[in-house]
Design a protein around this ligand. Structure first.
Ligand SMILES: CC(C)(COP(=O)(O)OP(=O)(O)OC[C@H]1O[C@@H](n2cnc3c(N)ncnc32)[C@H](O)[C@@H]1OP(=O)(O)O)[C@@H](O)C(=O)NCCC(=O)NCCS
Length: 182
């Protein structure tokens, strides 16, 4: 598992959310499996459109202190397979956070790992980000594995951190420092 059909990690690119992705985003966010281990707010097409116009940057890597929705696009077929939420918490201090989801139909092919690694390389080589954090439900082993494979370190537990499907859920929190990224 975790690789493309030919045994190599899949090639992905990370792009800003575009109008053409909205229908797919709404479809994915309605998949019960996507919301099993994370709180998902259902956004309307208009809300996505507002988000898209607000996150336009003169250049993709001139990031501001805000949240971005990024699409994971499989390079060969140019098809979107999931998304990453990237929060630039503080450019001044080089801090950010990320989360990710892959459409259920694309699970188990290495897309999440490839996408997070691609984004990490871009953040650590093209921006001033030096520290990235991520949280993960203690009941979500696939996501823990993605973070492990990308070099994140499990730091501790946030007890009863988020409400997911009506219940408070403990989360592991992870960190990755630029100097430790290989
Ligand atoms: C978590 C998620 C992003 C993983 O996406 P993916 O593209 O299937 O991930 P990858 O293929 O890159 O890697 C998954 C790894 O988890 C492993 N895995 C999957 N299910 C597992 C399970 N139940 N127990 C242990 N490991 C598991 C896979 O074997 C693989 O590891 P490997 O490469 O060593 O074999 C995807 O399942 C998803 O979108 N889930 C819903 C949203 C979500 O939970 N997002 C994370 C919020 S913190």
């Amino acid at each position: 598992m975790g690789t493309s059909e030919r045994g190599r990690p899949p090639k992905v690119r990370i792009i800003l959310l575009h109008e053409k992705h909205i229908a797919r985003m709404i479809e994915w966010r309605n998949q019960p499996e996507i919301g099993e281990h994370q709180p998902i707010a259902q956004l309307s097409r208009d809300q996505f459109m507002n988000f898209i116009s607000s996150q336009k940057a003169p250049h993709f890597w001139k990031l501001a202190d805000r949240e971005y929705i990024l699409i994971i696009e499989e390079v060969t077929g140019k098809q979107p397979v999931g998304w990453i939420t990237l929060e630039i918490s503080s450019q001044q201090h080089g801090l950010s956070r990320l989360g990710y989801s892959i459409g259920k139909e694309h699970w188990g092919r290495g897309y999440a790992t490839a996408a997070v690694r691609t984004l990490l390389v871009q953040l650590f080589t093209k921006t001033a980000i030096v520290r990235i954090e991520a949280d993960c439900s203690v009941h979500n082993p696939a996501s823990m594995r993605v973070l492990d494979k990308c070099g994140f370190r499990k730091v501790g537990v946030k007890k009863e951190y988020l409400v997911i499907n009506g219940r408070r859920v403990d989360h592991y929190y992870y960190e990755l420092l630029k100097k430790n990224f290989k």
